[in-house]
Design a protein around this ligand. Sequence first.
Ligand code: AHM
Ligand code: MG
Length: 339
Amino acid sequence: MHKPTFMTLTRHILEGERMHPEATGELSALLHDLSLAAKVLSLEVNKAGLVDILGLTDQSNVHGETQKKLDIYAHDTLIRAMDHGGHLCVMASEEEEDIIHIPPHYKVGKYVLLFDPLDGSSNIDANISIGTIFSIYRRLSPEGTPGTLEDCLQPGDKQVAAGYIVYGSSTILVYSAGHGVHGFTLDPAFGEFILSHPDIRIPEKSNIYSINEGNYKYWHLGLKKYIKFLQDADNIRGEAYTARYIGSMVADIHRNMLYGGVYMYPSDIRSPNGKLRLMYECNPMAFIIEAAGGKATDGKQRILEIQPSSLHQRTPIFIGNASEVDKVHEFLETEILPD
Ligand code: AHM
Ligand code: MG
């Protein structure tokens, strides 16, 4: 009989590293530090509903700081967890305008970290899944010097690893270092991430689409026709589609990766670049979806091939199982003008 093994995240990372003798262990240490930040954030997110009841917002924490909004808390926690490990030369966060330098008294390393500290933050007060997204690059600037903006502005296909944490009915950390996508569920009893979803592959057939249909009237005609095609699909292909949209990109894409499906945040006549951020949201999620066998485009090209020009730039995104993303493209290519 098959006995379950207790594969912790740390052990999984170390075993992966042993298969690459050239590895120095720095990336493993970096991922380990990130998982520690994830545990702290998971605890805090789970307490969020108690804030009003216990009046925590007026209180100081153990460090004498006044309690902050959860997304700012997440931003600060990630920086505090990551700035002193000696593995990073620079960071950037969706919550901060400029790059974040490593304090001069800490060692600088060879990696670059970009993150969205709390994605889907409008869902916090309603107890709906939210998440943290991260993206790791190798630096371009000379070793031993402070990291630069150019280190951060690399196309997504230069990522060496990416991942996300969903704080949902349980907390799950999903990452890829390019060889497969693996999910680890946090056991709250003993505070360890345990391998629960080894080698995730996005199902090739799907019946889920995820998009904010409230924006329908602003969409381009090709997209309107695609959504109508899905809604009529039970007539055309004998398969009914279903709409699922949480409003937390990280949770919507996580679900679609397990069940199959396409998530879209398109451009429209009001927002020519869509809404989501290339560096903090789209690149890491595209890296993971591709490693799971799916596709991610901006409607024209692979997300991972976009050459970024600024830290906070936005991009439209179509991301999911390959056949569904290809299908969207067929519609977008035939009709690109607004209705
Ligand atoms: P955030 O990073 O400020 O939370 O915004 C990004 C979020 C995504 O998680 C989500 O998919 C999208 O915004 C929802 O936008 P909308 O409310 O326009 O549908
Ligand atoms: Mg976000």
